[in-house]
Design a binder for this molecule. Sequence first.
Ligand SMILES: [Zn+2]
Length: 409
Amino acid sequence: MHFLKSDWILTCDVDFTIIQDGVIVFDEKIIDIDTQKNIEKKYPNCTISYEGENSVIMAGLINAHTHLEFSGNKTTLKYGNFVNWLFSVIEHREEVIEKGDKSIIDAQLRDMINCGTTTIGAISSYGFDLQSCVESKLNVVYFTEVLGSKPEMIDTLLQDFKEKFNISKKYKSNRFIPAIAIHSPYSTHPFLIREALNFAKGENVAVSAHFMESKAENDWLNYSKGEFITFFQDLLGQKKSLQTPIEFLNSFKNLKKLSFTHCVYANKNELEMIRNLNASIINCPTSNRLLGNGSLDFNHLKDINLAIGTDGLSSNYSLNLFLEMKNSLFINKNTNLEKLAEQLILASTKGAAIALGMEHKGSLEIGKDADLIIFKLPEKTNIKDVPTMVILHTTKTDKTFIKGQNAHN
Ligand SMILES: [Zn+2]
């Protein structure tokens, strides 16, 4: 049993409680958490180990959305405009995926742990990241993805998707959780969506989908117009969108553990539907910026649960969640700084845990998994500024505990 003390403990609970001079008691799970005074009263014979001046203990970060199979990209893909990016992905897909082999993915996963991530939501298009995810010390929610819009291909695609999912299911453990992803409303045939979601209900797994990432997507789904015309007509011979955004969202009824990634262009009605579905929104601010998609306005979300993800290295330069929070702090410039810092930390911990259906994680509360990170701020600060300073001054951790074990490499 560990008794660790730090100057600050960020519990990441619903009230964003910060304990000054706090002690956390844990083995695989969190046994107690309180001020040093109270812990010494409750456990008179305990040996408390102090993490040092300006030390911080907080809930481990949860990267709710990433694509590890694209870890081979650095400067190959074209940024700035979503449709141009998509064409560059199609052109260079094989080369990027080949470059991002197992050793590259393994290195990214190790790096994520060293940078404070304890759980990821990994979207897998091909299954090439499976072994890395199974072998990693991280908690992984592994989303087997389905897509395809050609009617004549649906049976084959569905069968292939089920096979991939069933392979991932063989590795299911308390650390590796199979799940299902629908690529997007513009790329996936409604029949394929319906079948995949029925399958997901039978398996009782988390479900995620990209939604309203770009203006091109919005124009295509609503009006069958805009920048996607060249993409669909030239590549797929398709003249009209297969579904409206509302039809797409409607197919997700009665699913628990549901999330939609991006939603930058979701309108009021669509956000209302997401709220009614009790789904989470996963925001990938750096990716949205780099692909020319603008930014999600947090003020429109009201009580929708918010999570954060890095997306893949196909649309980011790093999978470090501290950098992602930092970027978001500067992107959302019309929001109160201190409130935003709290919101971002919550979205990277508790909010992301809810989005992935991992509610036994994401905050430092008695009975939850002991997934926690330890690092130091450079100088003294006061309680009100701790969240902002944590985001500004942290990129790596000193220790990263996953289920009570330090997994730091
Ligand atoms: Zn994505």
